[in-house]
Design a binder for this molecule. Structure first.
Ligand SMILES: [Zn+2]
Length: 320
């Protein structure tokens, strides 16, 4: 009996260690290869860089994939991204990436979801020394902005370099992208009426058991998630690239990078809001102006001044 128990203990120990080794190996293999692209502001040339990151240190922030926007063209463009988004998120989850849905204004819709409750129950990290750039507009707290953090980004000296732009309201912050304050109707006839019509995320966007749902307006929730889970890199998808992904939310790229996280845009799963037959920045009609042109102008700016981009198809090796 004594011998059998000893054997059993050895067997259990062996099984335990085997599992441990197998798990470690599996985790070591789950590495994301980020082909980062940015644009050299001086020459306009694309610069490429590769970074390998353990998948469990990466979070994907899915920003404002609302069921409805007051512009019907924008609503349709966003809905069009959902099928691919679902496929890419499925691949990302399999690799161990944390999926974080970030529907601002409508987080309350999810108050009874375990994925939302898990976020609300996360321990507060207590370190919120960098409030969001949006909250800091014209405030005395801007003096505490630590510009040196920008140089920690992928290619020192350009990404997140604080630039003083003549005439720029947000003096000292990275210059904001085109149409950053002029998001309007993307319909040719521009007949959509402004209003808060969003109620939840697009219902076809799949939420899985281990995902998390955060309020994009919160200055602390995404920070708590990252601290609790050891996340160091954030990849952004959704809309709009020139607003919510970049600066107007507590977990926008500018705000999270300033808190020390490495951020990148997922260029093939994001859209920006601009105009159609009309340039909302110049307020001039321009028949050649399309939402796709707006996307491209914004992406160029982001990759020059804010953060690099990656392609979902490349990072998650999605096979059709
Ligand atoms: Zn519209």
């Amino acid at each position: 009996m004594f011998i059998r128990q000893t054997h059993m203990k050895k067997l259990l120990l062996f099984l335990f260690l085997s599992c441990f080794v197998l798990t470690s190996r599996a985790q070591q293999n789950k590495t994301l290869v980020l082909h980062l692209e940015r644009i050299d502001p001086a020459t306009g040339k694309i610069q490429k860089d590769v970074e390998r990151v353990p998948a469990d240190k990466v979070g994907i922030i899915v920003t404002d994939m609302w069921d409805k926007h007051w512009c019907k063209s924008w609503t349709a463009r966003e809905a069009k991204m959902v099928p691919k988004m679902n496929r890419i998120l499925a691949a990302a989850r399999k690799m161990g990436v944390q999926v974080i849905f970030s529907p601002s204004s409508v987080a309350n819709f999810y108050k009874d979801y375990p994925q939302r409750k898990a976020v609300l129950n996360m321990p507060a990290s207590g370190d919120y020394e960098y409030p969001s750039v949006y909250q800091l507009q014209d405030s005395a707290a801007q003096k505490n902005w630590d510009y040196s953090r920008y140089s920690q980004q992928y290619l020192p000296g350009t990404i997140y370099e604080a630039r003083e732009v003549p005439g720029e309201t947000y003096k000292g912050f990275p210059s904001l992208p085109p149409f950053a304050n002029t998001g309007g109707c993307e319909c040719r006839d521009r007949k959509c009426k402004d209003g808060s019509v969003w109620t939840r995320q697009n219902k076809n966007l799949l939420i899985e058991a281990n995902d998390l749902i955060t309020d994009g307006d919160s200055n602390t929730e995404t920070f708590n998630i990252c601290k609790a889970k050891g996340i160091t890199h954030l990849l952004y998808m959704g809309g709009a690239g020139n607003m919510c992904l970049t600066w107007t939310r507590g977990n926008s790229v500018i705000n999270m990078a300033n808190r020390g996280f490495k951020c990148a845009y997922i260029s093939d799963l994001m859209i920006s809001i601009s105009g159609n037959g009309y340039n909302p920045d110049t307020k001039e009609s321009d028949p050649a102006f399309t939402p796709a042109k707006g996307d491209s102008l914004v992406l160029d700016h982001l990759r020059k001044y804010i953060a690099p981009s990656v392609r979902a198809d490349e990072v998650f090796a999605f096979k059709k």
